[in-house]
Design a protein around this ligand. Structure first.
Ligand code: GRF
Length: 221
């Protein structure tokens, strides 16, 4: 399954996926390209260190036309033969032009149990602060199909995690991130295996487990 990954920052999920490909745990996944909306981010170094081609497409490269940039992202994935696109810490909402230009499947990983603590502004530590402010006893990770509705596409996999009494947002973020890495790798493995067997993709849900941090660059792109 030919994979394209969209990133905007640190790239720990990208690192988890490319590491799993490198050590043979994701033999059915073939990374083709990593696309970023920011030029100088750690995620691009992660891609380069694994020999995966990178493309940077800033809104400013398109005269501020975000729709034009999103179309270019879709065309880039299509040109690289990508079948499955993964948003791994991509911090912009994709406009319809993206979906017109890329006919494959697009997945997102989100650090909460959607629909709770999703939607506009629910990025990085804001998600975990929201969980704690609500007094939730559990949170988790959701992997879902990306549609034009933010954080609202069909859920592919989710995994719950108990919030510890007195836990702070940063500690919770670290545990959730570790869980993201594991769920992402296992979900991609399942999707690739299903594809190889000619099966439709399954929905997966599991119970509680452990996990690391979320930070986003402040500047726009
Ligand atoms: C992750 O928490 C992911 O769920 C969210 O953004 C964060 C990205 O982290 N969408 P990283 O860049 O993969 O380290």
């Amino acid at each position: 399954m030919r994979l394209g990954v969209l990133v905007s920052g640190r790239g720990s999920n990208l690192s988890a996926v490319l590491g799993a490909v490198a050590d043979g745990r994701l033999s059915g996944i073939e990374p083709q390209v990593v696309v970023s909306n920011r030029p100088s981010i750690p995620a691009l170094e992660v891609a380069r260190s694994h020999g995966v081609p990178t493309v940077v497409l800033r809104r400013s490269d398109f005269g501020g036309d975000a729709a034009g940039r999103d179309a270019a992202i879709g065309h880039t994935l299509t040109r690289h033969g990508v079948e499955l696109a993964l948003l791994a810490g991509y911090d912009q909402v994709l406009r319809p032009d993206f979906f017109h230009a890329f006919g494959g499947r697009t997945l997102n990983v989100h650090p909460s149990l959607l629909p709770a603590h999703g939607g506009r502004g629910m990025l990085g530590l804001a998600v975990h602060r929201s969980v704690l402010a609500a007094g939730d006893r559990e949170t988790g990770v959701t992997i879902h199909d990306v549609t034009e509705a933010l954080d609202a596409g069909p859920v592919i996999a989710s995994h719950r995690l108990a919030v510890r009494p007195g836990e702070g947002a940063e500690e919770l973020a670290q545990r959730v991130l570790e869980l993201e890495h594991r769920l992402l790798v296992s979900t991609l493995a399942r999707l690739a295996a299903d594809r190889a067997r000619g099966m439709p993709s399954a929905t997966m849900t599991a119970a509680a487990t452990p996990a690391t941090l979320s930070r986003r660059p402040a500047e726009d792109s």
